[in-house]
Write a protein that binds this ligand. Structure first.
Ligand SMILES: Nc1ncnc2c1ncn2[C@@H]1O[C@H](COP(=O)(O)OP(=O)(O)OP(=O)(O)O)[C@@H](O)[C@H]1O
Ligand SMILES: [Mg+2]
Length: 498
């Protein structure tokens, strides 16, 4: 609405300005043309008339006709000029327009004086006899040395000049009509384009950044349109970026809330148990030898769980914030595996599970922090033991494809396996396939999250393949050379992932 009204005004303003400027040019052109045409035609006519009169004068003078007062008016009429005959003393003998007897002596007239001297004479002046301006041409005439003069009123020249001026001015005026039409068309075209630019600017100011101008010409308005389009697309990108950041922040906020809920929940269970059994003991059970040791055992178990939970949470946040110091170095793959399986053997033996090492090429080395690898492997072997029934087996090994490529470590078990739907979220904090069972087994659901973050911090990847009731294979990779991972670096990209 506003844009429409504004454009109307804009159209009118541009139109009026252009038309006024064209009219201004027209007036200047007409004045200049008029001035030139007047001057040039006046001079041309005057020269032409003089030549014509001179010719006529000579013709009459040489015709030998007796130019007496009674003959003069008729001859003058044929020559379309006033004819005057003067004798050698300047006395007017005959005149086609006046009575010679009343006319004064013409000796002083410059054209006559010149003719009496034997040459052609010319003059333009006011005739006191007739009362108008005349162009005079006089030549010598007759045996006795007189003069013959022809004269035409100057107004005749002015009239002819005016005729020409009129025609030229009309022609000029007509010539300007196409210019005026062109100016009107041009103003319409320009104001149209300006109107779309203004409309577009209005859209931008209202936050509609998706629209674009289609003016691709290379003139100033085209360039302006391009610049506005660029501005529009930059704003659009910025808005998209902001929206993306906003949704990322929302996601982060959701994760943070989930995390707080999870942590409180995980803390509450052992705390409630500790509180409950402590109160029972204080209420008298402490003197009951049949129960007091059992209750104290439960309290210790829950305190241990709390300690493990806080230690795991601290470990995770240390890695994420880059506070975990890594000491990178080259380590033999077989040796790393062996050290870890040896330390885990007591728990696998306890459950009668075969913990087997599948040795790889003894040359294979990996670039890592051995303590971090120890944590990764013990978490994976611990899980494998937890989720493999008695009598099962666990195989730990490493595979290298090519020099320069990461080395892949794996912990394979013949355990319960994990349903495919659970696999994508397995490495999230607190995520457990069977919460109750995991808790029963003393798990907090942080083990795999720690594995993932430790692996990433060393420049590796983690993954899992599993078949329900058959077993699972957890794997992680480590570089076989120094890839320039800093000894402590915030795992920022991980921070926004659970
Ligand atoms: N080898 C495995 N076989 C079957 N399920 C497994 C195996 N390893 C992990 N899981 C499943 O993945 C879940 C997450 O493992 P994670 O190690 O993070 O937690 P947890 O073992 O329950 O507790 P924590 O390791 O903190 O003591 C487990 O609760 C379990 O459901
Ligand atoms: Mg675990």
């Amino acid at each position: 609405m506003t844009i429409g009204r504004y454009n109307g005004g804009l159209n009118a303003r541009i139109f009026v300005k252009l038309i006024l400027s064209v009219l201004g040019v027209l007036v200047v052109a007409l004045t200049a043309v008029d001035f030139l045409v007047s001057r040039v035609t006046d001079r041309n006519y005057r020269d032409g008339l003089r030549e014509e009169l001179l010719e006529k004068c000579y013709m009459l003078a040489s015709s030998g006709a007796a130019l007496t007062q009674d003959r003069v008016p008729e001859v003058a009429k044929q020559g379309a000029a006033r004819l005057t005959i003067v004798d050698a003393k300047g006395t007017v003998l005959a005149d086609s327009e006046a009575n010679p007897a009343r006319m004064e002596n013409h000796l002083q007239r410059p054209e006559i004086a010149r003719a009496l001297m034997g040459e052609a004479g010319f003059a333009t002046r006011h005739s006191p006899t007739i009362g108008v301006d005349f162009l005079y041409v006089a030549v010598p005439y007759g045996q006795s040395g007189g003069a013959l003069r022809l004269a035409v009123p100057v107004s005749k020249i002015a009239q002819r000049v005016d005729d020409v001026r009129g025609k030229v001015l009309w022609a000029t005026l007509l010539g300007f009509i196409p210019s005026i039409l062109l100016a009107a068309l041009f103003s319409r075209h320009v104001s149209h384009r300006l109107a779309s630019i203004i409309e577009y600017a209005g859209k931008l100011s209202q936050g509609d950044f998706a629209a674009r101008l289609r003016d691709t010409r290379h003139d100033e308005l085209g360039v302006l349109s391009n610049k506005l389009n660029e501005t529009g697309s930059k704003l659009e990108q910025m808005v998209q970026e902001l929206e993306r950041e906003h949704s990322e922040l929302e996601k982060l906020e959701r994760i943070r809330k989930d995390f707080v809920i999870n942590v409180s929940h995980e803390l509450r269970t052992p705390l409630a148990s500790i509180q409950g059994y402590t109160e029972t003991l204080l209420d008298g059970a402490i003197d009951d030898p049949a129960h007091n040791v059992k209750f104290l055992g439960i309290i210790r178990q829950n305190a241990e769980r709390l300690a493990r939970l806080t230690a795991d949470l601290l470990a995770l946040s240390r890695i994420e914030l880059g506070r975990q110091k890594f000491q990178f170095g080259s380590y033999n793959a077989n040796q790393l595996i062996e050290e870890n399986t040896d330390s885990m053997r007591p728990i696998s033996d306890k459950k009668k599970i075969d913990l087997l090492v599948e040795y790889t090429d003894p040359e294979i080395e990996v670039y890592c922090d051995s303590e971090a690898v120890h944590q990764i492997l013990s978490n994976l072997i611990d899980n494998a033991v937890k989720y493999t029934p008695e009598g099962g087996w666990i195989k730990v090994g490493a595979k290298a494809t090519r020099v320069g490529e990461p080395v892949r470590f794996y912990v394979e078990d013949s355990g319960t396996g994990i349903p495919p739907a659970e696999l994508p979220r397995l490495f999230e904090r607190f995520y457990r396939v069977d919460k109750a069972r995991s808790r029963e087994l003393g798990g907090t659901g942080l083990g795999l999250a720690i594995v993932k973050h430790l692996t990433k911090a060393q420049g590796g990847e983690v993954g899992v393949e599993s078949v329900v009731n058959k077993g699972s294979t957890f794997w992680f990779t480590l570089p076989d050379h120094d890839i320039g991972k800093p000894e402590s670096e915030p795992v920022q990209s991980q921070f926004i992932t659970p």
